[in-house]
Design a protein around this ligand. Structure first.
Ligand SMILES: [Zn+2]
Length: 278
């Protein structure tokens, strides 16, 4: 079976592959894939899971380090964060305009040289529309690139790491072949999302991704229904069902359900690894 989307359609499902969430996650995977080893690092996962950053707030380097608490691994953390900083961060300053006193976020632009040969930074107050110089005590701050912050909320870190892990099991010549991300599947009786379909010559993986768990009875029951539907669709495709999470374990009822169905479980033990041990 070569095209899983066509196979689902042939089985009577309505399948949507190009929703905004799918585009975001595809772009996120492309952005991060070339530096995938850094995103497996638990300290980088902690950085990208930071609530302040996810909210779009700007933090100084000291604040970032304090939030991640790398302890004795701070050298490793700084190395890894520096390596991916161009992809994940926007740099800038929170500055108070000397004319009108308003504080605003100013992205870091390249320094420009004006016509008389003087170097200038291009900070123009949005209230007063007047340029002003960079104060000598200004501290550079980092904000998550909006694509990264949205994709992380969509579960992008688990998705990326599950994909990287499963790619190791696929023949190298097939590693850059098609995959489908955040596919919506429905018919009159069923409506579900498939986080990742990764297919290869001899079959494929149907992957459900969960960053973490809400353990209320209601949430667990809903997750069980999602898994039940997923197992059925994976069976329709003839693919292996994989449940991936960045947690160290899954709730016992979920574990039992996966075991009973002979499904595969990938946890933080499989997916995460400090990058200096890779
Ligand atoms: Zn101003």
């Amino acid at each position: 079976m070569n095209d899983p989307i066509q196979a689902l359609r042939d089985a009577g499902y309505h399948v949507v592959t190009d929703r905004p969430v799918s585009k975001r996650l595809n772009a996120f995977v492309k952005l991060t894939m070339m530096q995938q080893e850094y995103y497996r690092d638990p300290l980088i996962v902690r950085l990208l899971s930071n609530a302040q950053l996810r909210k779009g707030n700007a933090l100084t380097a000291d604040q970032l380090i304090r939030a991640v608490k790398p302890g004795e691994n701070s050298e490793r953390f700084i190395k890894a964060a520096t390596a991916i900083s161009k992809a994940i961060f926007q740099r800038g300053y929170s500055l108070e305009c000397p004319d009108c006193g308003m504080v605003d976020w100013y992205p870091l632009y390249d320094m420009i040289i004006n016509s008389s040969g003087a170097p200038l930074y291009h900070f123009v107050c949005r209230g007063f529309t007047h340029p002003f110089p960079l104060p000598i005590n200004a501290q550079i701050e980092y904000k998550l690139n909006p694509l990264v912050s949205e994709a992380v909320k969509d579960g992008g870190l688990t998705l990326l790491n599950a994909l990287v892990y499963l790619n190791q099991e696929v023949h190298p010549s097939e590693r850059f072949q098609d995959k489908f991300i955040a596919v919506e599947v429905k018919n009159r009786h069923l409506h579900t999302d498939i986080d990742l379909i990764r297919f290869h010559k001899n079959g494929g993986y149907y992957v459900e991704c969960k960053d973490n768990f809400n353990t209320t009875d209601e949430a667990i029951a809903e997750l069980q229904r999602t898994i039940e539907t997923g197992l059925m669709l994976a069976n329709t495709l003839g693919y292996q069902y994989v449940f991936a999470t960045l947690q160290e374990e899954v709730p016992p009822t979920i574990q039992q359900q996966l075991d009973a169905a002979n499904a595969r479980l990938l946890t933080a033990h499989d997916l995460l690894k400090p990058y200096d041990e890779q």
